[in-house]
Write a protein that binds this ligand. Structure first.
Ligand code: MG
Length: 217
């Protein structure tokens, strides 16, 4: 009887250990996750991953000759401009007042790999269109920051207007691409750090830039 109880106890203990291990699989402590994100960005791995995506895209379009209305759509944040400095200072949190202050300082730096892709498309005479979830109050600062970061040749910068503030990123960006298509643009390529930049209609070839800091839907 004693042995039987002992066996049952061992089985229960092993079951508990198994359930605990299964439940915690894939999870890590938040501070460890943040340290890993910092390591990823600081070690050069982020730049390598961006460059790998960019080189693949350049290879794909190397022999492509665009016609007049062919366009490439770029997202802005974490696609052509880096906000890593801001995110790190906030310990990867978010506060809209501080975000607005950061945008209006116009200090975001270009993401060099993506700048190379932008330069490639400009040299091929594609129309370049930026679609960003930033709002209309941030239009001037965003425009100037794009210029100071070296993105000096583009057709249009599209931001959110008040009646679009409540749309999800996916809804807003899809609507804007469809409107561009109706205007006569042919979107050949769409570049963004979020799947909500890329999913939906009228996206052409999708280029996903890595972002391990946040997800927007
Ligand atoms: Mg973005």
């Amino acid at each position: 009887m004693k042995n039987k109880l002992k066996t049952i106890n061992i089985v229960l203990l092993l079951t508990a250990v198994f359930i605990f291990a299964a439940c915690s699989a894939g999870l890590e402590n938040l501070s460890t996750a943040k340290e890993n994100v910092v390591k990823y960005y600081k070690s050069g791995q982020y730049d390598k991953d961006v460059n790998s995506v960019v080189d693949k895209t350049i290879n794909k379009f190397e022999n492509f000759s665009p016609v007049k209305n062919d366009a490439v759509v770029f997202d802005v944040d974490e696609t052509v401009l880096s906000n890593y400095k801001f995110e790190k200072e906030l310990d990867f949190g978010y506060y809209s007042g501080l975000w607005d202050k950061w945008v209006k300082e116009e200090k975001a730096q270009p993401i060099e790999g993506v700048k190379k892709l932008y330069d490639f498309f400009v040299s091929k005479n594609f129309n370049v269109i930026f679609i960003t979830g930033r709002n209309d109050n941030q239009y001037n600062s965003t425009y100037k920051n794009l210029l100071s970061a070296g993105y000096t040749k583009f057709d249009t910068l599209i931001v959110r207007h008040p009646d679009e503030y409540n749309l999800t990123a996916l809804e807003f960006k899809s609507e804007k691409r469809t409107a561009l298509t109706k205007k006569g643009y042919q979107i050949i390529c769409d570049v963004g750090d979020q799947y909500s930049d890329l999913d939906g209609p009228d996206h052409g070839y999708q280029v996903k830039i890595p972002n391990y800091m946040y997800i927007l839907k």
